[in-house]
Write a protein that binds this ligand. Structure first.
Ligand code: 15L
Length: 275
């Protein structure tokens, strides 16, 4: 399940937010190998802590500044997977992804936490086209309030690096699922093992400042250029390519007029943002 030989513990206490979510559940057993204590948080129910293996659970809402202040106390680094992870009405995005990310960085600043891995999203770039390649300097083109909130989170990370020296790797995660489900994911897929490699590289790279990294496996067809994040040392070892034949046989033709086929954000570009 986990992808590398267990290293000696590098962190005394790591915080994983969003630990009950799809990717949080994958990271929970994997990150435990890199720290003495893994603090887990979510507003959704979590499986009880395996205290014998050094887990601790602190449920809290990201918009609750005082609770987030307590949550961040005593951790060395934060893997921030929490918040809303799909297009939703603004009333849901605002507390979790806008207020919440500021609460988290303020708590990090006050407690002297120096490294954050921020789960951003490919939807920051959703209105770039599928025949374009973007890098860390390409202007954001969010495809909805969700993508917009992730662009905001990246800007918060940049500001806290410039002002306070808190380092962040903002990971524009593609599509992290057990396997690529459709033609789009042949370009955006990130395996769970590569997700672990990526998060560990982002946590342990010696100097990151604020780095933007596209989070995908080594897919032959890609819209993402990670050359400006080479210092992170993330090397994906999986690929969507072995799934290509099966995916193409399930989805043999594409409607080239369909915005979900034209734009990198796929179906997200068709979901009308609700203010
Ligand atoms: C995301 O940001 C979502 O969190 C995830 O559920 C997927 O939909 C993914 O993007 C994607 O674009 O495939």
């Amino acid at each position: 399940m986990s992808v590398t030989q267990a290293p000696p513990s590098r962190f005394t206490r790591l915080l994983l937010t969003g630990a009950a979510g799809g990717l949080g559940r994958q990271l929970r057993p994997r990150l435990k190998r890199y720290c003495d204590t893994l603090r887990l948080s979510d507003i959704a129910p979590l499986e009880p802590a395996h205290t014998a293996t050094g887990e601790e659970i602190m449920p809290c809402a990201l918009e609750d500044a005082e609770a987030i202040f307590q949550l961040v106390a005593g951790v060395q680094a934060i893997v921030h997977m929490g918040g809303v992870s799909t297009e939703q009405p603004w009333a849901q995005i605002l507390p979790a992804n806008i207020v919440g990310v500021v609460n988290l960085y303020e708590a990090a600043r006050k407690h002297g936490v120096k490294r954050v891995v921020f789960a951003s999203s490919n939807h920051v770039m959703g209105f770039w086209r599928q025949n374009q390649v973007v890098d860390a300097l390409s202007p954001p083109r969010p495809d909805g309030f969700y993508g917009l909130s992730k662009a905001f989170g990246e800007d918060v990370a940049q500001m806290y690096w410039d002002r306070w020296g808190i380092e962040t790797v903002s990971v524009r995660i593609g599509s992290s699922f057990p396997e690529p489900k459709d033609r789009r994911m042949l370009s955006t897929w990130l395996s769970y093992d590569d997700l672990e490699r990526l998060v560990v590289a982002a946590l342990t790279a010696p100097v990151v400042g604020h780095t933007i990294l596209y989070g995908t496996s080594d897919n032959c067809s890609s819209w993402y250029d990670n050359r400006l994040a080479r210092h992170i040392g993330f090397r994906p070892l999986d690929s969507a390519d072995p799934y290509r034949a099966a995916v193409e046989s399930r989805q043999p033709s594409l409607d080239l007029q369909d915005p979900a086929v034209i734009y990198q954000g796929g179906a997200f570009v068709k979901a009308a943002p609700q203010a």
